[in-house]
Design a protein around this ligand. Structure first.
Ligand code: IVH
Length: 679
């Protein structure tokens, strides 16, 4: 070789080493030390040298990760030893039983220690290395014979093409090594990929596992290369060096070779195993990938091997599964709900199924477009997800389980509650029932008005609201303030005490802030943030009512659609009437201004009665404080009293206020009102 050629060759080797090292930092250690830009520069330089000297290309070059040919089908690969499965346990007792069973087979188990690892919900792969080079990779298949997916596996950057990855390693590399691991996709990458596929109008995947499997089994490795697959290893299937004695040693060896290794916990006994399980379960969402349980392994590999195998399951290990979050069940029918704004939302009526200890009979289907996009049909076996606090939702149909009897769903042309024609708003996915008197909407509107984020009328929920509407007592939220005790006593389930509590809760809500009342109006696009902005800017419903489109749009964060929705809402005669009713009932909060004048007006025209001991004020102080702000303090409670301010150990005035349904406020609420604070 000429000297300049030799220098170029040395540079090529240096580049490969560096790229390999940076892959390792990035994909295995999750701790990159150079920027993507610098990495790309190194890669481009390597490609250039290899293009000039194709004779220097070797299979372990980082450029060879993508380059396999499109296959017609996958070749079969005979595994060197059976690739076993695992028995499952779903409860502590079953783990305990397993432990007892194997302890009886071998007394040493009683003193055994364990390794616990997350059970990665991906695809098993079997990776063959010869003299340190990755030469072949296969899927598990039936455990005896798998499919050759070498070209696809090479595209996974976390997979070392040559071991040991570290040039400093003094480890003796076996001439033949077979490693087992799991190929998967992180939750973040899965969501991003689905977004990308959706934007391109392509079919999306159901879940990360399904995606990993679909991606690894692509016949064209260039497609696999575009999928964010990754890898974690957890087993040495075969080695022609001295095999490891314990699982801990095994994991350490994999790590030293430069493999990405699953995280693990050492447990000295079974009770530590249970602790590890609880701990992994509580951190389930922090892993970044789907784990469907933990794998418990006897640390002593020799002992585990001696215990043998039952069917396909080794006795020395056990999968302790987490409560399921995804299950499949039959979609019996599709129902349609009418929301507060009249929006129609479809929901799935399911064959009851247990998910994580809860029986699920219904799940959301988001909107009609979703049903069409996912091609969900009545009678389909669908995948349902329920995780944490989220409402169960349908992920999609399992197409392979169709038998041809499934029926397409046709969205209704009429509101399922009031039977008036539904309308579609240009540019929106939703269909609406535009009949404002639709009983479904009336109930939902009032339910929203009383809800915690709006007027917070404690104790009045959907059931009571439905009862009031059905009895003809209320047809909008303002009617709540006109309810009389004798009306309530006629209703089923109402006795004296309950009626009083409900009326008191309603009366108390009169002092809620303007922000809360605006939220309670239920204008499309007006949530807590926008409502607070509107209250701050307009200070009263009178001003807001006559706000122009321009004024509204000039507020930061209010776009043209919301501005239009606000104007439209206030223009509707029905809503105007509703507002006048509220005003007549004394539900007309005003936001105190930031100006001294504004502050001075805060209690203008209001009569207070104070009872009990206050924390921050003496009797004289509170009187002066209220009077300075335009209010009056009187001694006895009457119909003219606006608020009764209650401290500790209140007297009979409190009872009197209750019987007259006068709003009762505590000191904190009072101070908030005084400061005109928005909650
Ligand atoms: S050990 C004999 N460890 O779970 C050794 N398996 O339900 C058996 N899996 O087929 C495997 N994470 O694909 C083991 N940390 C882990 C695992 C794991 C996921 C998969 C593996 C296996 C399946 C058994």
């Amino acid at each position: 070789m000429r000297p300049e050629q030799a220098a170029l060759f040395a540079r090529l080797q240096e580049l490969r080493k560096q790229i390999q090292y940076h892959n390792y930092r990035y994909y295995v250690l999750n701790d990159p030390v150079i920027s993507d830009y610098e990495y790309d520069q190194l890669y481009a330089e390597l490609i250039k040298i290899e293009q000039e000297h194709p004779e220097w290309i070797t299979p372990d070059s980082p450029t060879q990760r993508v380059g396999g040919l499109i296959a017609e089908k996958f070749e079969k690969v005979q595994h060197p030893v059976p690739i076993l499965s695992l028995a499952n346990a779903f409860a502590k007792e079953e783990v305990q039983e397993w432990f007892e069973r194997i302890s009886k087979l071998d007394e040493r188990v009683r003193q055994a220690d364990f390794i616990v690892e997350p059970k990665i919900d991906g695809l098993t792969v079997v990776l063959h290395y010869q003299d340190g080079f990755f030469v072949k990779g296969a899927t598990r298949g039936d455990g005896m014979v798998g499919e050759d997916v070498t070209a696809n596996l090479k595209t996974i950057k976390a997979l070392p093409l040559k071991i040991p990855v570290s040039p400093l390693s003094t480890l003796k590399v076996p001439s033949s090594l077979v490693v087992r691991g799991e190929v998967f996709i992180t939750i973040k990458d899965f969501e991003e990929l689905n977004r990308r596929l959706e934007a391109m109008g392509e079919k999306t995947y159901l879940n990360p596992r399904n995606t990993a499997s679909g991606s690894l089994r692509q016949l064209d490795p260039r497609i696999t290369a575009m999928r964010p697959l990754t890898l974690l290893t957890y087993d040495i299937v075969q080695t022609d060096e001295e095999p490891p004695q314990t699982e801990s040693e095994l994991l350490e060896r994999l790590y030293d070779f430069g493999f990405p290794v699953v995280e693990s916990r050492y447990c000295a006994n079974l009770s530590e195993v249970f602790e590890a399980y609880e701990d992994y379960l509580s951190r389930r969402d922090e892993l970044g990938y789907e784990a469907d349980g933990v794998v418990i392994k006897l640390n002593d590999i020799t002992l585990a091997n001696q215990l043998g195998v039952v069917g396909k399951d080794p006795r020395g290990a056990l999968a302790f599964k987490y409560p399921a979050r995804e299950v499949s069940t039959k979609l019996l029918n599709i129902g349609v709900n009418v929301g507060r704004t009249g929006v129609l939302t479809p929901y799935a009526i399911l064959e009851p199924v247990e998910i994580g200890g809860v029986i699920v009979k219904q799940a959301t289907l988001h909107n009609f477009d979703f049903i069409a996009q996912k091609d969900i049909r009545i009678g389909d076996i669908v995948l349902i997800k329920r995780a944490g606090d989220v409402i169960p939702y349908v992920i999609g149909p399992i197409i392979d389980r169709r038998d041809g009897s499934e029926q397409n769903f046709i969205p209704p042309k009429q509101c399922p509650v009031c039977h008036q024609a539904v309308e579609h708003i240009e540019g929106e996915v939703a269909w609406y029932c535009v009949n404002a008197a639709c009983p479904a909407q009336v109930v939902r509107n009032i339910e929203h008005f009383v809800s915690r984020s709006a007027m917070d009328i404690v104790g009045v929920g959907i059931n009571l609201v439905e009862q009031f509407v059905q009895a003809g007592l209320v047809s909008d939220a303002a009617d709540l303030y006109r309810l009389r005790k004798e009306d309530l006593l006629k209703l089923e389930g109402f006795a004296e005490k309950k009626a009083e509590n409900v009326l008191q809760a309603i009366a108390n809500s009169k002092h809620q802030s303007l922000t809360r009342l605006i939220i309670g109006l239920g204008i499309r696009g007006v949530g807590e943030v926008v409502a607070a902005d509107l209250a701050r800017r307009f200070k009263s419903l009178d001003a807001l009512m006559s706000a122009t489109l321009e004024q509204l749009q000039s507020i930061e964060g209010i776009g043209p659609n919301t501005a239009q929705a606000i104007v439209d809402w206030f223009q509707q005669p029905r809503n105007r009437e509703f507002l006048e009713k509220l005003r007549a009932c004394g539900v007309w909060p005003v936001e105190s201004g930031e100006t001294p004048e504004g502050r001075g007006q805060v209690f203008a025209g209001m009569n207070f009665v104070v009872t009990g001991t206050l924390q921050r004020f003496t009797r004289e102080q509170i009187k002066a404080y209220i009077e300075q702000r335009g209010g009056k303090v009187t001694d006895s409670v009457s119909k003219k009293t606006h608020y009764v301010l209650v401290g500790e150990n209140p007297g009979s005035k409190y009872e009197k206020a209750r019987s007259l349904n006068i709003p009762i406020i505590d000191e904190a609420t009072f101070l908030r009102m005084a400061e005109g604070a928005k909650e």
